[in-house]
Design a protein around this ligand. Structure first.
Ligand SMILES: [Zn+2]
Length: 49
């Protein structure tokens, strides 16, 4: 059985996002709140293809 999983568009499937300061330097990596660190989003509703 396969679950339908899509790469998280927010973190691009990485599961974390890079927090940058104003100069564009990466300060730290934070768990993506959108996918909760899984790197993909599981659709609750069936999307039409
Ligand atoms: Zn994410």
């Amino acid at each position: 059985m396969m679950k339908k999983q899509k790469p998280c568009p927010y973190c691009e499937g990485k599961g974390y996002v890079e927090i940058r300061d104003c100069s564009g330097e990466v300060q730290r990596e934070e768990t993506c709140v959108f996918c909760e660190g899984t790197g993909h989003v599981i659709k609750q509703k069936e999307a039409n293809n």
